[in-house]
Design a protein around this ligand. Structure first.
Ligand SMILES: C[S@@+](CC[C@H](N)C(=O)[O-])C[C@H]1O[C@@H](n2cnc3c(N)ncnc32)[C@H](O)[C@@H]1O
Length: 331
């Protein structure tokens, strides 16, 4: 391997180790865990409140809390059982850790049958501990609902889910980071955005496009893209700064439509690595995810954002030197 490649893979390794230190209790497909650091590098030096209207596993809020970038948080997701799980994690971390531990041990020796039982019970009760177990055990940690709104994802038969010890450590750490700082809601994103005000920064990671117009099987609800664009216009009109994860591309293949120019957003492409499809085909197509920065946020920046960030090479800076900065620790 050439010297540059060794350096890149060493930086990547150190970054991955550092990212691993950030706790993540909820396994969630589409989590922005690997991009979180690039996203928070665009935060202004002082953020009174961070709003995540499409919180999911709230990877960006957790990273922002870990790096002490934000005073308070509003976590919202339309999926009510998910927000009930968040409530347990933040305010009853021992209770939810104990419940997960009991479920995890009870599966041993009868994994498939036990998973089906937990799934049936969750669909009747919406018990948050059952949801956590299902997310830890299901294929790709991906939430799937049928037309009746029942969780119908299959188990990943190769895994038993995070060990109870690891899960407890993650839950306790996230509870310490966000308890007393986060307000939890389970509203439609439009209502949350309407209530945003001065001092807020909004980070949005809506359901994937292409599924937005219809009910999204991955989530309990989808969004209408015209209504979404309207909501972004409204944030611009009120000068509320926001960051948005939206589309992406692999090589030249675009995923999702680009947003209207009228919104005056600045796009930053983050190279997240070679796609598994390209690797299989022996090609070198790199996957990029787009991050959009709103005009009100751009106005606060002294240096314009780069057009592209390569997670394996670039080291985004975090503004306030008094705060923890992962990338400055990588030398
Ligand atoms: C791509 S995921 C967000 C992932 C998140 N950034 C993370 O790090 O885990 C999108 C989320 O939007 C939620 N959602 C879908 N429609 C919504 C709506 N109309 N209002 C609020 N949340 C919604 C889904 O339940 C899902 O958790």
């Amino acid at each position: 391997m050439c010297g540059a490649c060794v350096r890149v893979s060493r930086d990547r390794f150190i970054l991955e180790q550092a990212e691993m230190a950030i706790p993540h209790p909820i396994p969630y497909q589409g989590s922005k865990r690997t991009l979180a650091f690039a996203i928070i590098s665009f935060f202004p030096s002082k953020v009174e409140r961070l709003i995540e209207p499409f919180a999911g596993s709230a990877a960006v809020s957790i990273a922002a809390a870990y790096h002490r970038r934000v005073n308070s948080f509003l976590l919202n997701d339309h999926n009510r059982p998910l927000m009930d799980l968040w409530r347990e994690i933040l305010y009853y971390p021992r209770r939810i850790s104990d419940a997960y531990e009991t479920l995890w041990h009870s599966q041993l020796g009868k994994e498939r049958e036990f998973y089906d039982k937990v799934r049936n019970t969750f669909n009747k009760t919406h018990d948050p501990a059952y949801l956590l177990f299902l997310l830890a055990r299901c294929v790709k940690a991906s939430v799937r609902y049928n037309t009746q709104g029942k969780f119908n994802q299959s188990p990943d038969n190769r895994r038993k889910g995070a060990s109870p010890v690891t899960m407890r450590q993650n839950i306790m750490a996230v509870s310490r980071l966000l308890r007393n700082k986060a307000l939890l809601k389970h509203e439609n994103y439009v209502d949350v955005l309407r209530a945003a005000h001065d001092g807020d920064l909004v980070y949005m990671d809506p359901p994937y496009q292409g599924v937005c117009e219809t009910r999204d099987r991955r989530y309990s609800s989808g969004i209408n893209s015209a209504e979404f664009v309207e909501a972004l216009h409204d944030l611009n009109k009120r000068s509320i700064p926001f960051i948005l994860s939206y589309d992406g591309r692999t090589g030249n293949k675009q995923h999702g439509t680009v947003l209207p120019e009228l919104l005056a957003l600045r796009r930053v492409e983050v190279a997240v690595g070679r796609s598994s499809q390209a690797t299989l085909l022996g090609r070198s197509d790199v996957t990029y995810e787009s991050i959009y920065i709103s005009p009100a946020l751009l106005d606060t920046m002294t240096v314009p954002p780069p057009k592209t960030i390569n997670l394996a090479k670039d080291k985004p800076k975090i503004h306030n030197s008094a705060q923890r900065c992962l990338f400055s620790e990588i030398h």
